[in-house]
Ligand binder design. Structure first.
Ligand SMILES: *Cc1c(COP(=O)(O)O)cnc(C)c1O
Length: 394
């Protein structure tokens, strides 16, 4: 048996080595405090879980689901976009529910990338943008996100011969892993750039509801003309602590949404219908859980930032997302520092290089760490000693 090249080419997961070290330590009975997991620790609000229990008892939901999603779910998504962003979407043609947004992010490459085509992909980034591109036979062209540009890509630096082969542009704000945000004037420029070069914009925005200090992230769909050249992926995972239920959506350009609908109708049979009812409840019901969770994350953010600055890991305070992106002190790279934190104080973080070459020089800490572990983790981090500083300054 020989696996296909598209599977062979998938590089072994970069965190394998670090996960191995964590497992060894745990096997020896050491307790590791992990800031490495980007998955909300707080459970799904009970009103949403109650709706599932109710829907699970209805035999109508035991059969194949409405595979494009229930019309009521399309409607709930469109109404949420109207309420939250004042963006008007046609529920039938400009909205498509997904089995978690990751599913759609991976699959849309098969709708727009032919072998040899290029997708512009930010570096560092969530890995699925480039993996989907590669699985479809395309090539990612990496756009480096730099601190001095607020972790926004410099679109004008992409050369013409690259643009001629480019079909898709990936963006993600509020950003994982850097915590950076984008404003409407940037998205307006993105629309202009995509129009000029005939490129589909795929904006991934699962953190639009996870924001602090009263800040409200914008949607790419608010940009002038966005629906003519782009789509936005969104998810209930981070907004309502629903990563385990697998509900996301894509909205925007009807032809692009339609292409993904066609692909998916040949591959899957939709979100289990009882779970679609959960999504409707999440979107239509009271929204108090959103600010409540954000207050918890904001408090954790402040505690983490304070300790990191004290031990010499420089950070920009994030306005949104679930992550703190911390600069590695001189004398370390991201893997060195991750290993050292693990060995010295039993704390796990994520090395930035795992998100791409331009993530080198940073580590990511997640705000989804339960409060009890957070306190322990911060006290351990406070005891970390930078052993490379003295040798370097000699
Ligand atoms: C968490 C995350 C997603 C995936 O969300 P699901 O809807 O749970 O699949 C997509 N993009 C980014 C950047 C994420 O961090």
């Amino acid at each position: 048996m020989r696996v296909a090249r598209r599977i062979e080419q998938l590089k072994p997961y970069l965190f394998v080595e670090i996960n191995k070290k964590i497992a060894e330590k745990k096997a020896k009975g050491e307790e590791i405090v992990s800031f490495a997991i980007g998955d909300p620790d707080i459970p799904t609000p009970s009103r949403i879980v109650e709706r599932l229990c109710q829907a699970a008892r209805d035999p109508a939901n035991h059969r194949y689901p409405e595979s494009e999603g229930l019309p009521e779910l399309h409607q709930a998504i469109a109404e949420w976009y109207k309420r939250r962003f004042n963006v008007i979407l046609d529920p039938a043609t400009e909205v498509l529910p997904l089995i978690g947004s990751k599913e759609g992010i991976g699959h849309i490459a098969f709708c727009f990338i032919d072998p040899g085509d290029i997708a512009l992909v930010p570096d560092p980034a969530y890995p699925v943008y480039s993996i989907g591109t590669q699985l479809a036979g395309g090539r990612p062209y990496y756009m480096s996100l730099k601190a001095e540009n607020g972790f926004l890509p410099n679109l004008t630096s992409v050369r013409d011969f690259i643009l001629k082969q480019t079909r898709v542009l990936w963006l993600n704000y509020p950003n994982n892993p850097t915590g950076a945000v984008a404003e409407l004037d940037f998205f307006n420029k993105v629309v202009e750039f995509a129009r000029q070069n005939n490129i589909l914009v795929c904006h991934d925005g699962p953190y639009s509801e996870v924001a602090f200090d009263g800040y409200q992230p914008v949607s790419f769909m608010q940009a002038d003309g966005a629906r003519e050249i782009g789509v936005e992926f969104h998810s209930l995972s981070k907004s309502y602590n629903m990563t385990g239920w697998r509900i996301g959506m894509v909205v925007g350009n009807a032809a692009a949404v339609g292409a993904l609908r066609t692909l998916k109708s040949n591959l899957d049979s939709g979100i289990p219908q009882a779970i679609q009812y959960m999504a409707i409840e999440a979107l239509n019901g009271p929204q108090d859980c959103v600010p409540e969770h954000n207050a918890i994350y904001q408090r954790r953010r402040d505690l983490i930032v304070e300790v990191l600055n004290r031990i010499g890991l420089e950070v920009t305070v994030p306005k949104a997302s679930l992550y703190v992106w911390a600069k590695v002190p001189e004398g370390y790279n991201s893997v060195d520092l991750t290993t050292d934190l693990l060995e010295q104080v039993g704390v796990a973080v994520t090395p930035g290089v795992g998100y791409g070459q331009s993530g080198e020089g940073y580590v990511r800490l997640s705000l989804t760490i339960p409060d009890a572990s957070l306190v322990k983790g911060l006290s351990r981090l406070s005891g970390w000693r930078n052993t490379r500083r003295l040798t370097l300054k000699k």
